[in-house]
Design a protein around this ligand. Sequence first.
Ligand SMILES: [Fe+2]
Length: 236
Amino acid sequence: MGGKKKKQDKVKEKNASAKSGKKQDGKKAGKNDAPARYQKTFHLLSQSMTEQLEHGRQVSNLAYEIGRELKLSDEKCRQLIIAGFFHDIGKTELANETEVRQQSMVVEEMNSIRLHPEKGFEILKRHGFEDEICLSVLYHHENCDGSGYPFNLEGSSIPLGACILRVCDVFCALVSSRPYRAAFSPETAIEMMIEEIRYYHVGVFLALQRVLHRESDGKIRLPEISKEVKGVWKTL
Ligand SMILES: [Fe+2]
């Protein structure tokens, strides 16, 4: 009980912090210094692995397409492009921390990796990104049935942007090869996600399927990177 209350208090604190529109050093984030902030953040992410960067690109583009499919505003779609691109940026700080650990400390490493949404939130907040972007990153590992992390949020308490990132993150990871396994086909990836449908926002999951089925040849595949998405990436 005490643990749940503590998590609820932390959620309130993060939401209030995001809505304050202030950087963590207390200075108001100015709109005209955005390019400088984005460049600094982009530089940080560029230092991480190419695989992670490619994953960020895929999630960014797919999140944008789902936003369009759900008829979200241009502004919300732009925020999804940025949140998708940076959703795992918290791992760049954790990578330095885990380097000094011994290989046998698997449990500690797993606990550490579960901190990356909060680290990502803190990095983006520090660089003055909008609260919708920061909160989508903070909650991108929450599941609709309350089994996710870091706060075990459920259903409608998870922001829509985070629900979109969750679905895109899982699908893009499944259809990409990893050092320890080959890529799953899009069809298999969808079947695997249906088995775990309790984790996902159903409306978002259906929108994902519509986006993947757009091609007239009947095959399901990730959409091409759109010029709108490329345009936003150029500002980062
Ligand atoms: Fe993540």
